[in-house]
Design a protein around this ligand. Structure first.
Ligand code: FAD
Length: 317
């Protein structure tokens, strides 16, 4: 028992970026255990997905052609059966809404321990050492698990796998017990904010409490439009009801990894930074030169946002 079985994430016809990060994490573990990396993709256009997921480091991709979208019961049954077939040491899933839905059920079915939201993994083949953050990133803890385990990984902690692979692509004929499938996806309705997925954006203009009033958000929207960027925010903006929850960056929001993240009037609390520290380039606009965001900013504009933002809008328009 030394292989790793990772389970890709997709949503509404697209593979989610975390799936490629999962390949990197899975490959690292498989190298340490001396085993193979198996990747499962369940539901949707599985053959297209398999082609996209065939990146360096994957040994075999198992496709389960059943249904279009995520379904708890289908995923739980399919992954449990794949585990029985492959007997891997570790089952790896993203710490996403979907991953957190089925991974505990899979662990329960297989009577395996589970460790969630990991940011680093190491194994000597017997003992898995999983690192997690606690208290909003103030401390890191390690958990050691003996033998097989189910593990969820946090997005943006591992680099995305690249390159074209030469994985074997195999259809897995999961024997789904239809009577045990108790839910059906009948459609999608986004909760506010339209179809925007800030975790997939390349350029984010993010606004925080420094904006003071809801009406001042218009200026930030204008800047985002001028840059063709996506608008996101810190938590107080969402708590105030000024932007929908799907725009929130951070520990209790979304993890984002854009090329450029412009933080406007955001202090850089650990819970916020947990969601955006993987950005390639961070620009901070803040009157306080000692705000924690300055510690991770690549470029800092220490000035009043109400002066800076209109100038930027003029410049970029
Ligand atoms: P503040 O910390 O109030 O910072 C405002 C900044 O604006 C300051 O740095 C100030 O100098 C600057 N400023 C003010 N006026 C101007 C001006 N005119 N021009 C330029 N700069 C100006 N927060 C998140 O963001 N995401 C999360 O997911 C999240 N999850 C949390 C989970 C838990 C369990 C807890 C306890 C907290 C969480 N928080 C989260 C809240 C977090 O601790 C902070 O309170 C929050 O991030 C602060 O938001 P902010 O930076 O917009 O506001």
């Amino acid at each position: 028992m030394s292989d790793v079985l990772a389970v890709a994430d997709h949503r509404r016809g697209d593979i989610r970026d975390v799936s490629y990060e999962l390949i990197t994490a899975g490959r690292e573990l498989a190298d340490e255990t001396g085993g193979d990396l198996h990747l499962a993709v369940v539901s949707g256009t599985v053959n297209d997905f398999a082609d996209k997921l065939d990146r360096e480091g994957v040994d075999t991709i198992h496709t389960v052609d059943r249904g279009e979208e995520f379904n708890h019961d289908v995923y739980t049954q399919a992954i449990t059966q794949l585990y029985d077939e492959l007997a891997p040491q570790y089952v790896l899933t993203p710490n996403s809404v979907n991953g957190l839905d089925y991974a505990p059920a899979v662990a329960n079915e297989l009577d395996l321990p589970i460790v969630t939201d990991t940011i680093d993994l190491e194994t000597d083949g017997e003992t898995l050492t999983a690192t997690r953050e606690m208290y909003g990133g103030k401390v890191e803890t390690t958990t050691q698990l003996e033998g097989a385990a189910v593990v969820t990984i946090r997005g943006a902690e591992w680099p995305a796998a690249e390159g074209t692979g030469d994985a074997a692509i195999e259809a897995f004929d999961a024997d789904i017990d239809e009577e045990a499938v108790t839910s059906t996806v009948t459609g999608f309705e986004e909760v506010g904010g339209g179809d925007v997925d800030i975790s997939e954006a390349d350029l984010l203009v993010s606004v925080g409490r420094g904006i003071e009033e809801e009406e001042n958000l218009e200026m930030i929207r204008e800047l985002a439009d001028a840059l063709d960027a996506t608008l996101s925010s810190s938590r107080p903006i969402v708590d105030n009801g000024w932007l929908p929850k799907n725009r929130q960056v951070g520990q209790s929001g979304k993890v984002v990894t854009p090329d450029v993240y412009i933080a406007i009037g955001i202090s850089g609390a650990v819970q916020h930074v947990a969601g955006m520290k993987g950005s390639d380039t961070i620009v901070a606009i803040n009157t306080d030169p000692n705000a924690p965001i300055m510690d991770i900013a690549d470029y800092a504009i220490v000035d009043d946002l109400f002066d800076v933002v209109p100038e930027l809008i003029d410049e970029f328009k």
